[in-house]
Write a protein that binds this ligand. Structure first.
Ligand code: NI
Length: 416
């Protein structure tokens, strides 16, 4: 636990900005620069104390302490180990900023002086940075509380890596009365301090598929007296893969992978049951909605043709992160105003990975940007790599982007 640095209390006393005609962006940038050393300390502290999904106890306590020390109202134990901070006296508009706090079961090999002190656990996905960005944004915006044209909710989420935390937070009211939400993920293949902005789909929806095809067993020499579940399972797989290319709009891609198949008892016996397990990825929300029925129609058709039965369980894990256009424009405008053309990279392709930020988007429009954290002159390891590391300059960029985007959203809402 720590008290808020002297940087902040000094700023509060001096209030150097109110008497000048600096723009809000200038004021946010100056303040972010001032607290940057403190943010790096915070990030290193969190980095050296990583905790696994659903076990973010120390991190949550630490987060709650920082939030309280800058006058943010704190609720702890939301969604198990999540923390919610509320800033602002107005009820509306309310903008949320979501950051995730969990680490991965990976042994760190960065050799950094502030490397993980928790053996076998590492912040290899940069959620230590995200948590710091949420805290930094709270520190900055709390300095402008009197002028804040709305409310800001800080959502510090647990368990993103197991795609559970957002569900837990939403179930306990994290999105109640939220009008818009911003999120961020670090990205090592974008150089620091560039911000990656993407319109539309950023990540894929991920679902689980479980299918059981039921036939009738019989002697391997007389298949016509039985119903061969293995052959029918093969037909189901082939038909599904062909139908994707023939009946889905290729601009709204679907990837269906059957990763496990199990069935049969003996080489000379017809199998009466085959189980198929798979993952289904898609980018467009409409496609995602239609997929379970589409898959079931094909399975049912093939099974009916050859006299088999089936049972299908389709489990939606997370939807696609589909960035709202107006909110993405706000992020783009923030980045352009702050750093000009060269500060931004327009992302041309989405990722087929999954991210549970999408769960919040069922409740309010939102956008997630990618914060470039790549070092200029050294190898940048991928997310989830034991040597993953970031350029800490990006922390300031992330805080400015979040704080000024939130500010712009709240100000624009008022004048609409
Ligand atoms: Ni991550």
């Amino acid at each position: 636990m720590f008290a808020l640095s002297s940087h902040l209390s000094d700023t509060r006393e001096r209030r150097p900005f109110g008497v000048t005609n600096l723009t809000m962006l200038d004021r946010i940038q100056r303040l972010a620069k001032e607290i940057a050393p403190r943010l790096i300390e915070i990030r290193r502290h969190i980095h050296s104390h990583p905790e696994l999904s659903g076990h973010e106890y120390q991190t949550a306590t630490y987060v709650a302490g920082v939030l309280s020390s800058c006058g943010v109202q704190v609720r702890e134990g939301v969604g198990k180990t999540g923390v919610i901070g509320e800033l602002g006296t107005h009820q509306q508009p309310r903008v949320a900023i979501r950051t995730d706090m969990d680490a991965l079961p990976i042994t760190e090999r960065t050799g950094l002086p502030f490397a993980s002190r928790n053996p076998g656990v590492m912040h290899a996905c940069g959620h230590d940075v995200h948590t710091t960005l949420g805290l930094g944004t709270a520190m900055v915006l709390s300095q402008f509380l009197d002028e804040l044209p709305g409310a800001v909710r800080f959502i510090f989420q647990p368990a993103e890596e197991i795609a559970q935390g957002a569900h837990w937070m939403v179930a306990e009211g994290a999105m109640a009365e939220v009008d818009a939400i911003f999120g961020v993920h670090v990205f090592p293949s974008i150089p620091s301090p560039i911000v990656g902005v993407r319109y539309g789909a950023l990540t894929a929806a991920a679902d689980d598929l479980e299918l059981t095809i039921t036939g009738e067993s019989g002697h391997g020499a007389r298949p016509y007296e039985a119903v061969d579940a293995i052959w029918i399972a093969a037909q189901v797989i082939t038909t599904l893969q062909q139908a994707i290319s023939r009946t889905h709009n290729p601009l709204r891609p679907v990837v269906l992978t059957i990763g496990k198949i199990q069935g049969g008892r003996a080489p000379n016996a017809i199998a009466d049951s085959v189980q198929l397990l798979g993952t289904v990825r898609s980018l467009h929300p409409e496609t995602h909605r239609e997929l379970p029925d589409w898959i079931e129609n094909i399975v049912a058709g093939v099974c009916k043709t050859y006299g088999a039965g089936y049972e299908m369980n389709y489990r939606r894990l997370v939807p696609s992160v589909f960035n709202d256009t107006a909110l993405t424009q706000i992020v783009e405008s923030t980045v352009r105003q702050a750093w000009g053309e060269t500060g931004m990279q327009l992302l041309m392709e989405p990722s087929l990975g999954a991210e549970d930020f999408s769960v919040y988007l069922d409740h309010a429009p939102g956008t997630m940007f990618r914060l470039g954290v790549g070092h200029a002159n050294q190898r940048n390891y991928a997310l989830h790599h034991p040597q993953f590391d970031i350029d800490e300059k990006a922390i300031m960029t992330g805080v400015i982007t979040l704080a000024y985007s939130a500010w712009q959203y709240l100000s624009r809402w008022q004048t609409d």
